[in-house]
Design a protein around this ligand. Structure first.
Ligand code: HEM
Length: 383
């Protein structure tokens, strides 16, 4: 009876097709766990965010102290805040790994799923940026000032849109209230996009690490991948608990424990760790507009990747040269992250310029070139 119901009920049918009877390759590895972990993290962020918002007072005179109140006086407020702050870091860790999986195994050949993913990444970055402004500490205020100011480089309308975004002549109370509204709204838009992401994915079904024919050797999602995803969730929850309980401020900036002061600029303004790669690329170009364009390109370049696939072999599993380049790209990304956190002086300026250039060259030129070369080398002579 229940068996029939899950296949015929209009709502249960949807759950059945995505989580129970969904035909799934039998060989997908741990790298395929990060999608469900990202979904879980999104849920944790929305849930903890709603509870934090209940005690948040979005005004430039009360925001900082309302957060302190939440941490000190609200029942388990400290824990909910710690989950939310560290949850953001975990979210980015998982999304970088998820994108890395996509690059290595050429999952980007699911073009629609990939493109929706890029939009989700951008919206996630916007959400995290605005969320960081809400506690109204020194780094919140000055980070918002630096980043919103970048838009003044937009030709013709630059000087008009920046005060329009601020709602005044500088980052002020109006900026804080609109960022609060958007920080609440955007996660729900990401949630809607996640459903789109999965609808596109389930249209063709997941790829697999071997890159072999997709319709042979499939098993039902439940119980095999429900079990595997639950195991992933337990490990991820342990990671979040360890961060939130033992190292709650490890990834934060001490400057943000000081309330925002528009009259005192911190000596080193830098974003959270997950933005450092883009920040390094931004600072590597002396021209403001050039820097802004390079920074946005570092994310939207992902949209070009499906067009730059030059090999008939899908994953990199059997392409050692591409594998080497892939790991070089990962190292380059880590180097950019490190450089983004350093002051703007020698040798970091030059290092930042070299690594930024390498990032674009690797993706736009070296990867397609090596793919084509490997294709030539591995083609059997009778074809
Ligand atoms: C809020 C962020 C995201 C969530 C919640 C999410 C969720 C998921 C889930 C649940 C899956 C299926 C399981 C898996 O293959 O891991 C998936 C697959 C996929 N995602 Fe995402 N994703 C997100 C962001 C992204 C981003 C930023 C990209 C790429 C730029 C991306 C590209 C893909 C691709 C290509 C697949 C298909 C993988 C394959 O079949 O080989 N996703 N995603």
């Amino acid at each position: 009876m229940t068996h029939q119901l899950r296949k015929s009920h209009p709502l249960l049918k949807l759950v059945n097709h995505s989580l129970i009877d969904l035909p799934t390759p039998s060989n997908i590895s741990t790298w395929w766990n990060f999608g469900s972990l990202l979904g879980l993290t999104l849920m944790i962020q929305i849930l903890t965010g709603v509870f934090l918002m209940m005690h948040f007072s979005p005004s430039d005179t009360t925001a900082f102290s309302s957060i302190a109140y939440t941490s000190r006086e609200v029942w388990f407020g400290w824990l909910i805040r710690s989950f939310h702050t560290n949850g953001a870091s975990i979210f980015f860790m998982f999304i970088f790994l998820h994108i890395g999986r996509g690059l290595y195994y050429a999952s980007y050949l699911h073009e629609n799923t990939w493109n929706v993913g890029v939009i989700m990444l951008f919206l996630l970055m916007a959400t995290a940026f605005m969320g960081y402004v809400l506690p109204w500490g020194q780094m919140s205020f000055w980070g918002a000032t630096v980043i919103t100011n970048l838009l003044s480089a937009t030709p013709y309308i630059g000087d008009t849109i920046v005060p329009w975004i601020w709602g005044g002549p500088s980052v002020n109370n109006a900026t804080l209230t609109r960022f609060t509204a958007l920080h609440f709204l955007l996660p729900f838009i990401i949630l809607a996009l996640l459903i789109t992401h999965l609808i596109f994915l389930h249209e063709r079904g997941s790829f697999n690490p071997a890159g072999l024919s997709k319709n042979t050797d499939k098993i039902p999602f439940h119980p095999y991948y429900i079990m595997k995803d639950v195991l992933g969730a337990v490990l991820a929850a342990s990671m979040l608990l360890t961060l939130a309980l033992y190292l709650p401020v490890l990834l934060g900036d001490p400057e943000n424990f000081t309330p925002a002061n528009p009259m005192a600029t911190p000596s080193h303004i830098k974003p959270e760790w997950y933005f450092l790669f883009a920040y390094a690329i931004l600072r590597s170009i002396p021209n403001k507009l050039g820097g802004v364009l390079a920074m946005f390109s570092s994310i939207f370049i992902l949209l070009l990747i499906p067009f730059l696939h030059t090999t008939t072999q899908q994953p990199m599993s059997l392409r050692p040269l591409s594998q080497l380049l892939f790991w070089a790209l990962i190292l380059n990304f880590l180097a950019l992250t490190w450089i983004g956190g350093q002051p703007v002086n020698s040798p970091y300026i030059l290092l930042g310029q070299i690594t930024s250039l390498l990032y674009f060259i690797t993706i736009l030129i070296l990867m397609p070139l090596l793919g084509a070369l490997e294709n030539k080398m591995t083609k059997p002579p009778f074809i």
